[in-house]
Each structure stands twice: as structure tokens, then as C-alpha cells.
Design a protein around this ligand. Structure first.
Ligand code: DQA
Length: 143
């Protein structure tokens, strides 16, 4: 098995740092990638850290993660809408950790449903960028 953790980020997460900083903070996606890289390297693992705004590409990337040690996914708004993403995640046997920077349950009702949660080993939301690092620790602890 490849010693890589796949970390996928969905739509609009490329705008982190500029986008609604009151909700998402000022940490950029590049900063989060650096944090993830150091956390994974401490465990002797590589990361494959990708962002896309496109639902079909996210489905492709989920399929391609099948040989990773684990998958960390912040699917952004597709969390709440994408049956295609749900189906792709269902095909995986590796641990999936769902991450959101914000606490989706303290926000609008349309964010309270996730198509990812039923397939996730765990869910981390509301802890900002630190959630990604905690997700790496969760995957490596369970190895
Ligand atoms: C998000 C929460 C989603 O509801 C939203 O659409 C996002 C970001 C988060 O990280 O808090 O784009 O996934």
C-alpha cells in the first residue's frame, strides 16, 4: 500500500484567506497544505493535497485515492448536495475523515445534511485549519 494520505478540498476553498474571513479565518489553503505536510512527515507519510472546484474531478480524485493510507475530505458545498461524491466514497475501503473549517451545524439548515458523514470514520468541524491536522493524527493513530 502506498504511504500517502490524500487530502481533497472542494469548491471555493482556493479562496481561503480572502473568502468570508469571519467564518473561515485568514489561514490560506497553502498554509493548510504546509501544516498537513509537516504533520504527515512526522509520521513518515507523504500527502497528496488537491483542491478542485469541479464535482466530477472530485469524484475522479476520490476514486484515485483508493490505495492511500486514508482520505481527508473537505468537499465544501458538495458535501450537502453530491450523491455522485457519496457513491464514489462508498467504493473506498480506506478510512475517510470528513473535515470542515466551520461548524456546519451552527450555520444555515441547508448545511446540516452531509452526504459524506454516513461514510466517514469521523467528522471534524468548527476547529478551523487545526481540523486537518487532527484528521491526520486520527488516520495515523488507527494504522
Ligand atoms: C465548509 C462548509 C461548507 O458548508 C461550505 O460550503 C464550504 C466550506 C467548511 O470548511 O466549513 O465551502 O466545507
Amino acid at each position: 500500500m502506498s504511504q500517502t494520505i490524500t487530502i481533497l478540498n472542494g469548491p471555493n476553498l482556493n479562496l481561503l484567506g480572502q473568502r468570508e474571513p469571519d467564518i473561515y479565518g485568514i489561514t490560506t489553503l497553502a498554509d493548510i497544505k504546509d501544516m498537513c505536510k509537516s504533520a504527515a512527515e512526522k509520521q513518515g507519510l507523504n500527502i497528496n493535497f488537491v483542491q478542485t472546484n469541479h464535482e466530477g474531478e472530485l469524484v475522479d480524485l476520490v476514486q484515485q485515492s483508493a490505495d492511500s493510507v486514508g482520505l481527508i475530505i473537505n468537499a465544501g458545498a458538495y458535501t450537502h448536495t453530491s450523491v455522485a461524491l457519496h457513491d464514489a466514497l462508498k467504493s473506498l475501503t480506506i478510512p475517510i475523515i470528513e473535515v470542515h473549517l466551520s461548524n456546519i451545524y451552527a450555520r444555515e439548515p441547508f448545511r446540516h445534511h452531509s452526504y459524506i458523514s454516513p461514510l466517514a470514520r469521523g467528522i471534524i468541524c468548527g476547529l478551523g485549519a487545526q481540523g486537518y491536522v487532527l484528521a491526520i493524527e486520527a488516520i495515523t493513530a488507527g494504522r
